[in-house]
Design a protein around this ligand. Structure first.
Ligand code: NAI
Ligand code: MG
Length: 497
């Protein structure tokens, strides 16, 4: 393929691992192109994947218009009518798991086997769960106030704009798409510019599922261009965003002009606290898991806090296990860690590690690109006892970089765990239930995992404390955000029959 020719003459579809993917936006059920494009590559080996339509204010206006027009009929369908289409959509995702897994792996470099077995089945589950929740669970019992009856309803609110990141593109998008569509809102999704492919393919599935034109739309493009135009639009009713804190601040300022409600799921610098009485094998296993997805996980417990009496033994066992992590092509079954998403992000991660080295930090594992693999592969890295005020401890690196620090008492562990501006998650490893309960009560985070990691039930609230977010996703919490929650009070008086 000649790259220059592609640049000047954009193809409407590209073929990626045997699947045709439309490179245009999906607006009002139609494929719409743009005057300009942006380049999409694969982080696996830098392969050029295609030129993608680059949305601007024009496409954003079209999408908001289409979503607003589609809203009344979609809202009027009610949870059952919408549910029929959404359940069909979940089935279509299940029928296309292999295709979606292949596309996502090429586009973002996460493990193919985990996309096949975990992530894409989860995409289907996300849609099915919220469709069924709206039908079966979303109700509040009526109650009386001096003979008056309060009736509570979750009404559709309008057009929800969903802005999503690149680390788990379709999975994170469907945590939003599921409840937004089940609420009766219409949706405009802006996928991250480094990973647009799965959203485009998913748009085709929404069409096949019988979801009416304009109910689900995809505008592709850069955050500062298409994303900024979407969140500033006065015609939208909700903004749900997953990504970084600096971007969230920009979005919040823009949303303020129209008082558009926002839901933010942001970064973290989560602690993994290992108490003295912990099962060491379990603690090491959980700590090494924090390298998953090459560290590109918002929940990742990147600050491993270990009681000083077991720290040496822990560090030895950790290194022993972590040094055996197989890094490589994410399509290989044996691979455990793939590449970073993009050169820009790779440089950012490397910058953090280089600055830590320059300031004298003790890097006992990794600390450099994987020279055997080249490209965007960075070795799993462990920083031992870093300065607690240094950026490697306080900032989100979002790469395979963990810090190990020690503490003497539970109180000190709690203070260290709570010492950053984030509060997305915390992992606690302890052999004593009462102690674990006492310590977990003191940890400030949206999710605390005790002797486990990544157990996520869609009925549970999910989100961040402090700078890690605004609002919660899951169960009723999702609907409380996307819907207009309404109370109607019926008086006992004034009835003629
Ligand atoms: P980002 O927050 O800039 O991007 C996330 C999404 O927001 C993308 O779709 C992007 O196009 C969009 N966006 C960017 N600027 C926007 C604007 N002004 N208005 C509307 N939308 C906008 O994240 P980025 O730059 O890709 O990654 C930077 C860092 O953010 C990472 O290194 C990591 O620390 C953190 N991050 C956290 C994630 C999480 O899951 N919480 C996910 C991705 C990144
Ligand atoms: Mg890509």
């Amino acid at each position: 393929m000649n790259r220059l020719n592609l640049r000047t003459k954009t193809l409407n579809t590209i073929t990626v691992v045997g699947t045709q993917v439309d490179t245009r936006h999906y607006i009002g059920g139609q494929r719409i192109s743009s005057a300009e494009t942006f380049t999409n590559t694969s982080p696996i080996d830098g392969t050029f994947l295609g030129e993608i339509a680059r949305g601007t204010q024009t496409e954003v206006d079209l999408a908001v218009d289409a979503a607003r027009k589609a809203f009344p009929a979609w809202a009027a369908l009610g949870p059952k009518g919408r549910g029929e289409r959404l359940l069909r959509l979940a089935e279509l995702v299940e029928e296309n798991i292999e295709t979606l897994a292949q596309l996502e792996t090429m586009d973002n470099g996460s493990l193919l086997r985990s996309h096949r077995r975990g992530v894409m089945p989860r995409v289907a589950l996300n849609i099915r769960f919220f469709a069924e929740w709206a039908i079966n669970e979303l109700h509040h019992p009526d109650f009386e106030t001096r003979g008056h009856t309060n009736k509570i309803a979750w009404d559709p609110s309008g057009v929800a704009v969903l802005i999503t990141p690149w680390n788990a593109p379709l999975m994170l998008a469907t945590w939003k798409i599921g409840p937004a569509l089940a609420s009766g809102d219409t949706v405009i999704l802006k996928p991250a510019e480094w990973t647009p492919l799965s959203a485009s393919f998913f748009a085709d599935l929404t069409k096949q599922s019988g979801i009416p034109d304009g109910v689900f739309n995809v505008v592709q493009g850069f955050g500062k261009e298409a994303g900024a135009a979407l969140v500033a639009h006065p015609g939208i009713s909700r903004i749900s965003f997953t990504g970084s804190v600096p971007t969230a601040k920009v979005i919040a300022r823009s949303a303020a002009d129209n008082l558009t409600p926002v839901s933010f799921e942001l970064g973290g610098k989560s602690p993994c606290v290992v108490l003295e009485d912990a099962d060491l094998d379990l603690a090491v296993e959980l700590a090494v898991e924090q390298y998953d997805n090459a560290g590109q996980v918002c929940l990742s417990g990147t600050r491993i806090l270990v009681h000083e009496n077991i720290a040496d033994a822990f560090a030895e066992m950790f290194k022993e296990k972590a040094l055996h992590i197989i890094q490589g092509d994410p399509r290989d079954e044996a691979t455990q860690i793939g590449p970073q998403i993009h050169q820009v992000h790779f440089d950012r991660v490397k910058g953090f590690v280089d600055r830590a080295k320059d300031s004298g930090a003790n890097i006992v594992m990794g600390g450099e690109p994987n020279s055997d693999l080249g490209g965007l592969y960075f070795r799993p890295t462990l920083v031992l006892n870093p300065d607690p005020t240094s950026e490697i401890v306080t900032s989100e690196v979002f790469g395979p970089v963990l810090c190990l620090q020690t503490f003497k008492t539970d109180e000190e562990a709690i203070a260290m765990a709570n010492s950053t501006e984030f509060g997305l998650a915390a992992i606690l490893v302890s052999g004593n239930k009462e102690r674990a309960e006492r310590v977990s009560k003191e940890l400030v985070a949206g999710t605390i995992w005790v002797n486990c990691f990544f157990v996520r039930d869609l009925r549970a609230p999910f989100g961040g404390s402090k700078k890690s977010g605004i609002g919660r996703e899951g169960g009723n919490w999702s609907f409380d955000f996307y819907a207009d929650v309404k109370n109607t009070v019926f008086s006992p008086n004034g009835w003629k029959e």
